[in-house]
Write a protein that binds this ligand. Structure first.
Ligand code: PMP
Length: 353
C-alpha cells in the first residue's frame, strides 16, 4: 500500500503553448490580437491597493449586474466565474450527477472528457458527421447531460438555432450546456432559449472576443432556478473566486460594447481574406464562425507544416488525435501576422508541393 493508491489520477488537459520567446506570431490559442477597451486601462489606474486587505465580493455583484445589463437579462440569470473553464467545471459538478452518460461530440473542446474523468462522470462521445457537423439525432438518446460548443472547437462550424432548441426540447430531464466561447465571431447566441427552458445553460467568455484571456472571466446565462443551484455549489466549493482587480477591470470592459464589436468585425474581415488565401494555396477548410480556421492541405501533412512554422517562430495548433491529425487550427491574428504566416507557407509549399 502507498498513499499513491489514493491519489485521484487524471490525465490533465494540455493547454496550447505560451512560449517565452519574443517576436513570435502566436496563432495557437485563439487569443484576440487587439487590446481590450481603453476603459480597462483607466480602471486599472483606479485600483486601490488598500482595498486588497479585504476579501472581494463573493457574489461578484458589479460584474454580474454589468453583464446582465449589457445582455438585457436579470442579475439572477447570470453567473460569473474565473474564465469559462471554471464556469464549465462548476456546471459539470453541479448538474452532471446521474449514472447515465453525458454526451458530447467526439471532436470538440478537449477539456470536456478531462472534467468528466476527473469528476467520475460517465460519458459517451457522439461522432461528428464526415463534414465535422453535429448530428441532432445523436443527442436524443438517454443521457445524464449534454455539452457542446457553438461554434464548435476546433472546427469552427455552427449548429443552427432550431437544431439547438430541438436538442434542448428533447431532453427535459437533462441539462444542456451550450458553450459559446466563440459566438461573437459571427454565430447566433442561444441565449433567448433560457426564457423558454430551465434546462439550458449558455456560457461565454472574455477570453476571445473581449481580448481578456489573461484576466480570466467567464459567465453563464440560465433561468434563475438553474443559476441558484449553480451558486449553491460554487459557495460550497470556494466563495471568493474572483479577485477585486478582476471584478473592477471586467466590469469596465463589459460596458464598452463598441470596442469589442469593432475588434470582432476586424477579425471576421481578416478571417474572410485568410480563408481565400488558404484555399488558393491548396488547403481545404469549412466556413468558420469563430476566431480560427481549421485547415488541411491536400499534399503536405499537418505535422510537417506545424513544425516548419514553429521553426520560423509562427505558432499554430496541431492536435495529435484520431480524425483530426491532418488538420491545423490557425487563430486569426492581425492582417500583418497573417501576412507573415502566408509568406512562410508560400516558402514551404514551393519546396513541398
Ligand atoms: N470553451 C471552449 C470551446 C474553448 O475553446 C475555450 C478556450 N480554451 C474555453 C471554453 C475556455 O476559455 P476560458 O476559460 O479562457 O474562458
Amino acid at each position: 500500500m502507498s498513499w499513491e493508491n489514493n491519489v485521484r489520477k487524471v490525465v490533465p488537459y494540455t493547454p496550447g503553448e505560451q512560449p517565452k520567446v519574443k517576436d513570435i506570431v502566436k496563432l495557437n490559442t485563439n487569443e484576440n490580437p487587439y487590446p481590450p477597451s481603453p476603459r480597462v486601462a483607466e480602471a486599472l489606474k483606479s485600483l486601490d491597493v488598500n482595498r486588497m486587505r479585504l476579501y472581494p465580493d463573493p457574489k461578484i455583484e458589479d460584474l454580474v449586474h454589468a453583464i446582465a445589463t449589457v445582455y438585457g437579462r436579470k442579475d439572477e440569470e447570470v453567473f460569473v466565474g474565473i474564465g469559462s473553464d471554471d464556469v464549465l467545471a462548476m456546471l459539470f459538478m453541479t448538474f452532471f450527477n446521474s449514472n447515465k452518460p453525458i454526451l458530447f461530440p467526439d471532436i470538440t473542446y478537449s477539456f470536456y472528457d478531462v472534467w468528466a474523468e476527473m469528476l467520475r462522470i460517465p460519458y459517451v462521445t457522439q461522432p461528428l458527421d464526415e463534414n465535422f457537423h453535429i448530428r441532432v439525432q445523436d443527442y436524443k438518446k438517454e443521457n445524464g447531460g449534454i455539452v457542446f460548443p457553438n461554434p464548435n472547437a476546433p472546427t469552427g462550424s455552427v449548429l443552427a438555432q432550431e437544431a439547438i432548441e430541438e436538442i434542448v426540447k428533447a431532453n427535459p430531464d437533462s441539462i444542456v450546456i451550450v458553450d459559446e466561447a466563440y459566438v461573437d465571431f459571427g454565430a447566433e447566441s442561444a441565449l433567448p432559449l433560457i426564457d423558454k427552458y430551465d434546462n439550458v445553460i449558455v456560457t461565454q467568455t472574455f477570453s476571445k472576443s473581449r481580448s481578456m484571456a489573461g484576466l480570466r472571466v467567464g459567465y453563464a446565462f440560465a433561468a434563475p432556478k438553474t443559476i441558484k443551484y449553480l451558486n449553491d455549489v460554487k459557495y460550497s466549493f470556494n466563495s471568493y473566486t474572483m479577485n477585486y482587480p478582476g471584478i473592477v477591470l471586467g466590469t469596465a470592459e463589459v460596458y464598452d460594447t463598441e470596442n469589442f464589436r469593432k475588434n470582432c468585425a476586424k477579425i471576421m474581415d481578416t478571417r474572410a481574406k485568410a480563408a481565400v488565401r488558404f484555399r488558393e494555396m491548396g488547403f481545404t477548410l469549412e466556413d468558420s464562425f469563430s476566431n480560427f480556421l481549421f485547415v488541411t492541405h491536400e499534399k503536405v501533412p499537418a505535422k510537417k507544416i506545424f513544425d516548419y512554422l514553429r521553426e520560423n517562430h509562427i505558432f499554430v495548433r496541431w492536435f495529435n488525435k484520431p480524425r483530426i491529425d491532418r488538420y491545423l487550427r490557425v487563430t486569426i491574428g492581425t492582417d500583418e501576422e497573417m501576412e507573415k504566416l502566408f509568406a512562410a507557407l508560400t516558402k514551404l509549399l514551393e519546396t513541398e508541393a
